[in-house]
Design a protein around this ligand. Structure first.
Ligand SMILES: C[S@@+](CC[C@H](N)C(=O)[O-])C[C@H]1O[C@@H](n2cnc3c(N)ncnc32)[C@H](O)[C@@H]1O
Length: 201
């Protein structure tokens, strides 16, 4: 089974049971149709890959891809909730936040997933030295994310080209569906990578 229906939405996920083994965990937040996650999961059979997505149609597309991949699961749940309440402490090696919904209108910006509270949850869920990889086409969202990151001493901003999943060069990383679309239209893409540097207080 590739769509993950947890026993409970109020207790943390039992990752070794879900994947049938203990291995470094990569989590794609808003994985869309799972194009990126399935491609990277196939390249890295020694690691576990979890997609988080709230839209049913996209969850189904991602699950169809995951059906032929042993080390990939998909869960239909809201990102901030999953990071804060479902992922165990220090369980995640790499979070991917790739082209999160930009909410460009000022009155909608409070719907953006990246906040200081979200960063605190990410920090708790990350393993020591774990990384949050971010990409967006939305410059003002990118600048907001940079400001939040600089203000948070629990993260170091690192070179996004070096902060790749273990064993994979950035140049080799598969493109996400949105990334492909933006590249075709020569839309500039902004990238940020944050490494966890201090324990949760
Ligand atoms: C712009 S798309 C990018 C999809 C994919 N990461 C890519 O780059 O192709 C954003 C995705 O995040 C999902 N999403 C947005 N907000 C979410 C949330 N709060 N919880 C879970 N998924 C969310 C959307 O449904 C959508 O599939």
């Amino acid at each position: 089974m590739v769509e993950l229906i947890p026993d409970s939405y109020v207790t943390r996920l039992d990752l070794p049971k879900i994947f049938g083994r203990a291995a470094p965990l990569n989590v794609d937040l808003g994985c869309g149709d799972g194009s990126f996650l399935s491609a990277v999961a196939e390249r890295m059979p020694g690691e576990n890959f979890l997609g988080i997505e709230r839209l049913l149609g996209r969850v189904r597309s991602a699950c169809r891809k995951a059906a032929r991949i042993d080390n990939m699961r998909v869960i239909r749940v809201e990102t901030a909730y999953a990071v804060r309440y479902l992922l165990p402490e220090q369980s995640v090696q790499v979070f991917h936040l790739l082209f999160p919904d930009p909410w460009p209108k000022r009155r909608h910006q409070r719907r953006r997933v990246m906040t200081s509270e979200f960063l605190r949850s990410v920090h708790r869920a990350l393993a020591p030295q774990g990384v949050l990889r971010i990409a967006t086409d939305q410059l003002d969202y990118f600048e907001q994310m940079q400001r939040l990151a600089r203000a948070d001493p629990q993260f170091a901003i690192v070179d996004p080209l070096l902060a790749t999943p273990v064993g994979v060069d950035d140049v080799d990383l598969p493109l996400t569906k949105f990334e492909r679309k933006f590249q075709q239209h020569a839309v500039p893409i902004h990238r940020l990578a944050l490494r966890k540097v201090s324990p949760v207080m």
